[in-house]
Design a protein around this ligand. Structure first.
Ligand code: ZN
Ligand code: ZN
Length: 354
């Protein structure tokens, strides 16, 4: 029998309901668990999709949040990696089967039976479901907890746990670095991290945007060149020039136009998730032996590697801090793209809420 404790959280009871304060149960730390007092939690677009059941299958109540940073407040008897007082993070997963080929290779995000998502997954301990970071605290097996570099601003580090690793992992997998020309499509929560990380990896970064108003922003973030994607002449100038493209756009867009910018053997990896299928013309990939691929977050070891990389290169997200009570308004602004580039919730505001 696992003991539990009730804590304050913020979540929703139905797809069309606003988020509001509620109580949830967390298990008390078992032998290998770390209990974390949450200080900040980033607001990912997935939070909104899940809260509103847009990807279907949401079980209510739903407590979103998978860009968690905080402080260790207690540890189980057999925890070796962390101690009380450590600054730690939790990303999109809190567990996986730990046995399958992918778990053993550090690709827990692709665990065969399926990883345990930080929210909205079956909870192996309590038989309920997992609740995310819009809450006072979380209890996680030490193997799924990350160390946060001391030098980084903590609130602005939170988005690294999803937006950071989502862009870092494909950039690493496709060997982005010096001598490579890399396209980043879409300058939002994911894309702005993609630009910063690709630049720090030593690549020549070309940012693509539909809005001329984002040119100066893209350059400030580190882009060497910026292209207005709806201008056919500007696009044509890059035909066959890019080694890799990271596509972070979640809206409908012409994927063939981007595939034409790749060099022979180039790859385009999708990290945005448009709702409708994207038509890919056969000759867009046949000509030039190109690959159209996708990528989902990263494994635990790779997420730690990303955090250490960001610590070394002083990379954090550009954020706007909000109180928990502003979350519904933040979702509306997120839908309008009215955020540079990530909302982060200060959980002290939940603690002080009654
Ligand atoms: Zn996310
Ligand atoms: Zn597994």
């Amino acid at each position: 029998m696992i003991e539990t404790k009730d804590i304050k959280a913020y979540g929703t009871q139905a797809a069309d309901a606003l988020l509001d304060q509620l109580n949830i149960s967390r298990r008390k730390p078992t032998a290998h668990d770390v209990e974390i007092e949450i200080r900040y939690c980033g607001v990912c677009h997935s939070d909104l999709h899940t809260a509103r059941n847009e990807w279907h299958g949401t079980v209510y109540p739903c407590v979103p949040g998978h860009e968690i940073v905080g402080t260790v407040v207690s540890v189980g008897d057999h925890v070796h990696k962390f101690k009380v007082g450590d600054t730690v993070g939790v990303g999109c997963m809190v567990d996986s089967c730990r046995e399958c080929q992918y778990c053993q290779e550090g690709l827990e995000q692709y665990c065969e039976p399926g990883m345990t998502g930080t929210y909205g997954s079956p909870d192996k301990y309590l038989g309920t479901q997992t609740y995310g970071g819009y809450s006072e605290s979380v209890v996680v097996n030490e193997n799924y907890v990350l160390s946060i570099p001391e030098n980084l601003d903590l609130a602005a580090t939170a988005p690294l746990l999803c937006a950071g690793i989502t862009t870092y992992s494909p950039l690493r997998h496709w060997n982005v670095g010096p001598g490579k020309k890399v396209g980043i499509v879409g300058i939002g929560g994911l894309g702005h991290m993609g630009i910063k990380i690709a630049k720090a990896m030593g690549a020549h970064v070309v940012a693509f945007t539909t809005s001329e108003s984002k040119f100066a922003e893209a350059q400030r973030l580190g882009a060497d060149e910026v292209v207005l994607s709806k201008d056919a002449d500007q696009m044509a100038a890059y035909r066959g020039k890019l080694h890799f493209i990271l596509d972070a756009v979640s809206a409908e867009h012409d994927i063939n136009a981007y595939l034409s910018l790749l060099r022979v053997d180039g790859s385009l990896a999708l990290v945005g998730a448009p709702e409708q299928p994207l038509p890919v013309a056969a000759f867009s990939v046949i000509m030039g032996r190109k690959s159209f691929a996708g990528s989902m977050i990263g494994g635990i070891a790779e997420t730690q590697e990303m955090l250490d990389f960001c610590g070394k290169h002083n990379i954090v997200a550009d954020i706007e801090m909000i109180d928990i009570g502003q979350i519904n308004e933040a979702y509306e602004r997120l839908l309008k793209g009215d955020i540079k580039y990530r909302f982060v919730i200060d959980l002290a505001s939940l603690k002080n809420n009654n």
